[in-house]
Design a binder for this molecule. Structure first.
Ligand code: KG4
Ligand code: ZN
Length: 342
């Protein structure tokens, strides 16, 4: 077992929610990137049903991994390590991917690397630009977390600030529900917002003295109150305008705080990660703001913002290079506080 390879071949596996994903990288070069989703089945229930997700992973994981190896044109015996999400996420779902990865690594006598899902989202940018190195400023915006972070090293992040309550993705999902849109709400709100104008007044989101903290719960409540009041009074209102107004309120603050954070820390490079970073409005605004401020922006492709295995392999490479490997007793974690992830 050669643990010191410069460009190791790493298999990444992700199964924390409703996506069963597998990817192979050689160094930072992405060789394959496979995904199977139970989202269509889940959509009927208006959210992810944990047991359905677990069973779907159990059915799909072997085939998705086989596909990833095949499309990478790699024999499993050539692999140097298996990286797998161990948390946070749905326990049953995580255990399917984790147990599969353990068996795979054990059978091949190669190291197992347990990856924190959030660290995976942050490592997606390394695949987008293979020359990217810390320090850089990161906007993390997923279904569970929303924060502005400064990456001092690949394994050391400092939190500048973030949401004090709901995550951005969570707010999109809740607003989608109010607007009668299916789960997951983000892409549907984005599509509807394209047909509307941001003309509905939304509350200010900044909170606290830190300058980087904000709140989504007031914004969500404002949308709910607006819709209920209009309906009670029988007044006409535009779903598209509400979507556009919510979207710009929810995302403009992230762009603004990211740029402020880059100025304050002196970071010259900005990255982003997490499902909300797949939002076209956010991507456009961030691209423009970084260009105007003179920061280099490394924005992972949309597929690598939402859950995927390439980002897990990418963080696996970070851990591999640090010589951080996991014991076979590694367990799944349903929740990991952000400070432990960073
Ligand atoms: O990172 P992710 O795939 O899973 C977590 O680790 O949480 O993020 C999922 C979240 C969901 O709340 C989803 O609605 C949101 O990301 N999302 C979006 C978009 N695509 C996914 N939010 C806004 N616009 C999108 N296009
Ligand atoms: Zn995620």
């Amino acid at each position: 077992m050669n643990r010191a390879k410069k460009q190791p071949l790493i298999l990444g596996i992700e199964s924390s929610c409703d996506e069963t994903a597998a990817a192979v990288i050689r160094g930072r070069e992405l060789l394959s990137d496979e995904i199977a989703s139970s989202a269509a089945t889940q959509a009927k229930y208006g959210g992810v049903v944990p047991e359905i997700a677990s069973r779907a992973h159990a059915e799909a994981v072997d085939e998705v991994v086989a596909r990833a190896l095949q499309s990478a044109n790699v024999q499993k015996e050539e692999l140097d390590a298996v990286a797998v999400t161990y948390g946070a996420g749905l326990l049953g779902a995580l255990l399917v991917g984790l147990s599969f990865a353990k068996g795979f690594a054990y059978g091949l006598n190669i190291p197992l690397i347990g990856v924190d899902h959030i660290r995976g989202h942050l490592a997606a940018a390394y695949l987008e630009d293979i020359t990217l190195e810390p320090p850089f400023l990161t906007l993390l915006a997923s279904g569970g977390h929303t924060a502005i972070l400064y990456a001092e090293r690949a394994d050391k992040f400092r939190v500048l600030g973030g949401t004090l309550d709901d995550a951005a993705g969570e707010a999109f999902d809740k607003v989608a529900r109010v607007l009668g849109l299916p789960y997951p709400g983000g892409p549907h709100v984005e599509a509807l917002a394209r047909e509307g104008k941001p003309v509905v007044p939304m509350p200010k989101m900044l909170k606290g003295m830190g300058g980087y903290d904000f709140s989504y719960s007031g914004l969500k409540t404002a949308v709910i109150n607006y819709v209920h009041t209009k309906e009670q009074r029988g007044e006409p209102w535009s779903r598209a305008d509400v979507a556009a107004s919510f979207q710009s309120a929810a995302l403009d603050i992230l762009v603004q705080k990211t740029i402020e954070g880059a100025h304050e820390t002196g970071a010259k490079v900005v990255t982003a990660g997490g499902g909300v970073a797949a939002n076209g409005y956010l991507r456009e605004k961030l691209t423009k703001a970084c260009a105007e401020a003179g920061f280099k922006l490394v924005l992972p492709i949309k597929k690598h913002c939402t859950d995927n295995a390439a980002m897990i392999a990418s963080e696996g490479l970070v851990q591999y290079r640090l010589g951080h490997f996991s014991p076979m007793s590694l367990n799944a974690e349903a929740s990991i506080p952000l400070r432990h992830s960073l």
